[in-house]
Design a protein around this ligand. Structure first.
Ligand SMILES: [Zn+2]
Ligand SMILES: [Zn+2]
Length: 134
């Protein structure tokens, strides 16, 4: 089972399924919804998904015709999205609490990408609380 929750913890979900293909989506609406260069998402069957708590705190926003993005009205976390008629729910992977071994497979919507981010760039990693003295 997969579980996920929002930043404040008021909203949580459960899914009785494995994640589908994991993708990094660079489309403009994902960038705006997440406030970041891209959104990492996976799909699960709608009938295996259920809200575990906080359903009354969720609002949906139709970001493009037929596509609704659901977020916690208390903390703003974008938790899942749904495109009408597909039978799937798109989990925003950042809200997933279950550790998984699957890895992202593909970047999509690079035509819509942020000008300042290229996934081919290799960047250094800094440990928390440290900054190199350069
Ligand atoms: Zn929340
Ligand atoms: Zn997108």
């Amino acid at each position: 089972m997969l579980t996920g929750s929002c930043m404040c913890g008021s909203v949580a979900y459960e899914v009785d399924a494995e994640p589908g293909r994991i993708v990094h989506c660079h489309c403009a609406t994902c960038r705006k919804a997440q406030g970041s260069a891209f959104s990492t998402v996976t799909n699960v069957p709608h009938d295996r998904f259920r809200w575990a708590k906080g359903e009354n705190l969720i609002r949906g926003f139709e970001s493009s015709p037929g596509k609704k993005r659901y977020f916690c009205t208390q903390c703003g976390s974008h938790i899942v999205a749904e495109r009408a008629g597909t039978g799937t729910i798109l989990l925003r992977m950042g809200c997933l609490d279950t550790p998984i071994t699957q890895r992202p497979k593909v970047h999509i919507w690079r035509s819509d990408c942020a000008s300042w981010f290229d996934p081919k760039d290799q960047l250094p990693e800094w440990q928390e609380g440290t900054a190199p003295k350069t």
